[in-house]
Ligand binder design. Structure first.
Ligand SMILES: Nc1ncnc2c1ncn2[C@@H]1O[C@H](COP(=O)(O)OP(=O)(O)OP(=O)(O)O)[C@@H](O)[C@H]1O
Ligand SMILES: [Mg+2]
Length: 444
C-alpha cells in the first residue's frame, strides 16, 4: 500500500502550486497597493509599525531557525565526534587484544615440540611451525604456498587429507621416512577453517626415539633369553649324556663336567653383568666416590691380570707418571672398567703380543688407555661395540666366554663419573681404548 501511495506525492505538489502562486500574487498585489497608498499618503507611524511587524514576522523564524539548526548541528557534530572516537578506541583495543593473542599463538607455535601444518582446501601449505620445518626438512619459505605432496611426498597422507575434507572427521596415521635419516612421525589430522574456507590441521609428533627404545627393549629381552639359554642347553645336554652312560667313562665324564662348570660360571657371570647393567641403567647404582690416585687404579688392575696375561703369553706393561691429578671416583668401579678393557685385550691378543696400561694428564683431566697389539676391530663395528650384547665375531666371542655386556657397563660407569670412553683400532694391528676422567676439583 505504502509503495502504491508514494508516486502520487509529486502530483499533489503540482496541483497545490498554481493556487499557492495565485494567492501569493494576490497578496503581493494587495500589499503593493497598500504600499503605494501609504507612500502617496506619506509615512505614518501605524503603517510603519505594521511594516516593521511584517518584516519581523518574516525574518525572525528563519534567523531563529538558523541559530537553532546550527546549535543542533554543532551538538550532533560533537556527539558524532565522541562516538567516532569511542568506536576508534574500541577498535584499537580489539586490535591490540588480537595482536597480543596472535603474538601468544606465534610464541606457542614457535616453541612447541610438535610440528604444526595448516593446509587449505587444495591441500597447499598455509602455515608451518619450526618443529614441522625440522621434521620435514624444509624451510618456511620453501613450504608456504606449495602443495603438501611436494614437501611430504606421502601419498597416504594425501588420501587421508582428502578424507578429512570430505567427511570432516579426524584421522591419524604414521609417516615413515627414510631420508635424510630414518624417522617415524605420528600425524593427526583435523578439519580446520583456513582464511574463510575449509582446511586441515596436521599435527606431527616425532616418535622415532620411543620406537627405537621399544625395539631395543624387545631385542634386549630376546638377547638375554638367548644368552641364558645357550649355556643352559649345553649344561643340560652334558648332564643327560653323563646319565646315559658317559659317567662310566671317567675321562669323558671329567671332560664333560669341566665343560658344565665353565658354562655354569659363564651363566653366573652373565647374571652378574645383567644385574650390574640394570643397576647402572636405572640409576640405582650406588657409587662411593672419593679422591683416587690414577696410578693406584692402574697398579690394582695390572696385579689382577698379571697371571692371566702370562698364561696367555702376552706382555702386560704399565705406564703412570708421578704427580697426576686426583680423580673423584669409585675405585672399585673404575677398576671394574679397566679390568674389562684388559680382559678384552688379553682375549683378543694372540700370544707374543703386548698390552700397555697407561695414565697421563689430559687437559684438566686424566687419560687412561689400554692399548693392545691384537686382532683389532673393523671400522664398521667400532661405532657399535659399546652397545649391549654387541660382539664383533659372535662365534669367537662365545668361545672366549664373552657376552658383549662388558663395554656397555664400562661406558655407563665412566659416564656416571662425568668422563668419556672411546676406541681407536686397526684390524691386524691392535686396539686402544681410552677413558678420560675429570680431575678432582674443589676442596678435598
Ligand atoms: N681389545 C679388543 N680387541 C678386539 N676386539 C675387541 C676388543 N675389545 C672388545 N672387542 C670386541 O668388542 C666386543 C664387545 O666387548 P665387551 O667387553 O662388551 O664384550 P665381551 O668381552 O664379548 O663380553 P663380556 O665383557 O661381557 O664378558 C667383543 O665381543 C669384541 O668383539
Ligand atoms: Mg669384555
Amino acid at each position: 500500500m505504502a509503495q502504491m501511495r508514494r508516486p502520487y506525492r509529486p502530483a499533489l505538489l503540482w496541483f497545490a502550486l498554481p493556487p499557492a502562486a495565485g494567492v501569493t500574487v494576490a497578496l503581493a498585489y494587495a500589499a503593493s497597493g497598500r504600499l503605494e497608498a501609504a507612500l502617496a499618503r506619506g509615512p505614518r507611524a501605524l503603517d510603519l509599525a505594521v511594516w516593521l511587524a511584517l518584516l519581523a514576522a518574516l525574518l525572525i523564524p528563519p534567523v531563529y531557525g538558523y541559530r537553532e539548526a546550527s546549535g543542533l548541528a554543532r551538538t550532533a557534530e560533537r556527539r558524532a565526534d565522541a562516538a567516532h572516537r569511542e568506536a576508534r578506541r574500541a577498535a584499537q583495543e580489539r586490535l591490540d587484544r588480537l595482536l597480543a593473542e596472535k603474538a601468544q599463538m606465534d610464541l606457542i607455535l614457535q616453541h612447541m615440540a610438535d610440528g604444526i601444518l595448516l593446509l587449505d582446501e587444495r591441500r597447499r601449505i598455509v602455515l608451518v611451525n619450526p618443529a614441522a620445518e625440522r621434521m620435514l626438512g624444509v624451510s618456511r619459505h620453501e613450504a608456504l604456498g606449495r602443495d603438501h605432496l611436494e614437501v611430504t611426498h606421502h601419498f597416504e597422507l594425501d588420501e587421508r587429507l582428502a578424507r578429512v575434507l570430505a567427511t570432516g572427521r579426524p584421522e591419524a596415521l604414521e609417516i615413515r621416512r627414510a631420508h635424510p635419516q630414518e624417522q617415524i612421525l605420528e600425524a593427526r589430522l583435523a578439519l580446520a577453517p583456513s582464511g574463510g574456507e575449509r582446511g586441515v590441521l596436521v599435527m606431527l609428533r616425532d616418535i622415532t626415539r620411543s620406537r627405537q627404545l621399544e625395539q631395543m627393549r624387545t631385542e634386549f629381552v630376546a638377547n638375554v633369553t638367548h644368552e641364558l639359554r645357550t649355556p643352559l642347553t649345553s649344561i643340560q645336554g652334558f648332564a643327560e649324556t653323563l646319565l646315559e652312560g658317559a659317567l662310566d667313562e671317567p675321562e669323558t665324564a671329567r671332560h664333560f663336567v669341566e665343560i658344565m662348570l665353565r658354562e655354569s660360571r659363564h651363566l653366573g657371570a652373565l647374571i652378574d653383568e645383567l644385574l650390574d647393567l640394570s643397576r647402572v641403567e636405572s640409576g640405582k647404582f650406588r657409587m662411593q666416590r672419593r679422591p683416587t690416585v690414577p696410578a693406584e687404579l692402574i697398579a690394582a688392575t695390572a696385579a689382577r691380570f698379571a697371571q692371566k696375561a702370562e698364561r696367555a703369553g702376552v706382555q702386560l706393561v704399565t705406564e703412570a707418571p708421578d704427580g697426576l691429578p686426583l680423580i673423584n671416583g669409585d675405585p672399585d668401579r673404575l677398576v671394574q672398567v679397566l679390568s674389562n678393557l684388559v680382559e678384552n685385550a688379553i682375549k683378543y691378543t694372540p700370544a707374543g703380543g703386548r698390552i700397555t696400561l697407561s695414565a697421563r694428564r689430559d687437559g684438566d683431566g686424566v687419560r687412561i688407555a689400554v692399548a693392545d697389539t691384537g686382532a683389532g676391530i673393523p671400522q664398521a663395528d667400532l661405532g657399535r661395540i659399546f652397545e649391549r650384547f654387541y660382539r664383533v665375531d659372535k662365534a669367537r666371542s662365545r668361545a672366549t666366554g664373552g657376552t658383549g655386556l662388558g663395554l656397555a657397563i664400562a661406558k655407563h660407569i665412566v659416564e656416571a663419573h662425568g668422563g668419556t670412553i672411546g676406541v681407536e683400532s686397526e684390524v691386524g694391528k691392535g686396539s686402544t681404548f681410552t677413558v678420560i676422567l675429570p680431575a678432582l676439583t674443589g676442596p678435598e
